[in-house]
Design a protein around this ligand. Structure first.
Ligand code: ADP
Length: 244
């Protein structure tokens, strides 16, 4: 489903991704962990082309872009539609209700009719447990509820790949569980997911694989049981010791 080759990303003189190679099969849930500043968010943003890689190639669901050449906007749009992102700070439109937030993408990006978009948004919001909050504005919802709207909004774009960038980091501890449960349910549907998170229990319970990144590189990649009990690399061990 995802194939990344030799991916580099620079911000001016700062090289944030230093040659990432990664393949992810359809239906896998890959959790990315690593210290702050190691490039986890940048990797996710490159997959959705919110950041344009400096070099390398990305292929998602058969759509490939080689960033060593100039990239036509049309190709960027095509690959971007393969994935949808859930952000740490939800990024909902404050002046729109939950329903309108979820309808917006299908109407603008996919040119769906208002009625079709409404039906779909209602169905998705019900699926994330917000069927009774369709007409609430973001400020009337808890952080956990806002993030569930964020997940419904991403799903409305019918992506092949769901990208989660620390989706529970901004939440009060008692609201984390409801968002992780929605993500867990989603993982069970067979959609491919890439999740940057510090929730090691989620990683342990749900991930097919865990990737440890440090300083712009993938240091180690393994199944969660292996990563958490028997990490191979010293840097991974140090990181896990610090957070556990
Ligand atoms: P992580 O998600 O692992 O914490 P990030 O991908 O957010 O790491 O950031 C990696 C590095 O890239 C950091 O040093 C950060 O300051 C830098 N960085 C991220 N985005 C930008 C940007 N738009 N401009 C300049 N530097 C950036």
């Amino acid at each position: 489903m995802i194939k990344i080759n030799g991916l580099h990303k620079r911000f001016g003189d700062l090289e944030v991704l230093k040659g990432i190679d990664l393949e992810i099969d359809q239906g896998k849930v890959v959790v990315v962990i690593g210290p702050s500043g190691s490039g986890k968010t940048t990797l996710l943003r490159c997959l959705n082309i919110l950041e344009v890689p400096s070099a390398g190639s990305i292929s998602i669901d058969g759509q490939t872009i080689d960033f060593s050449k100039p990239v036509p906007k049309k190709e960027v749009d095509l690959i971007r539609r393969k994935s949808a992102m859930v952000f740490q700070h939800y990024n909902l439109f404050p002046h729109m209700t939950a329903l309108q937030n979820v309808m917006e993408g299908p109407m603008i990006v996919q040119q769906k009719s208002k009625e079709e978009a409404r039906q779909k948004a209602t169905q998705l919001l019900t699926k994330v447990g917000l069927g009774d909050k369709l007409d609430y504005y973001p400020h009337q919802l808890s952080g956990g509820q806002q993030q569930r709207v964020g997940i419904a909004r991403a799903l409305a774009l019918e992506p092949k790949v769901m990208l989660f960038d620390e989706p529970t980091s901004a939440l009060d501890p008692e609201l984390v569980g409801e968002v992780l449960q929605v993500m867990k349910d989603l993982a069970g549907t067979g959609i491919t997911m890439v999740v940057v998170t510090h929730e090691m229990r989620f990683a342990n319970d749900v991930a097919s694989e865990v990737i440890f990144m440090d300083q712009g590189k993938i240091v180690e990649r393994s199944q969660p049981s292996e990563m958490f009990t028997n990490p191979k690399e010293e840097r991974t061990r140090q990181f896990l010791n610090l957070i556990q």
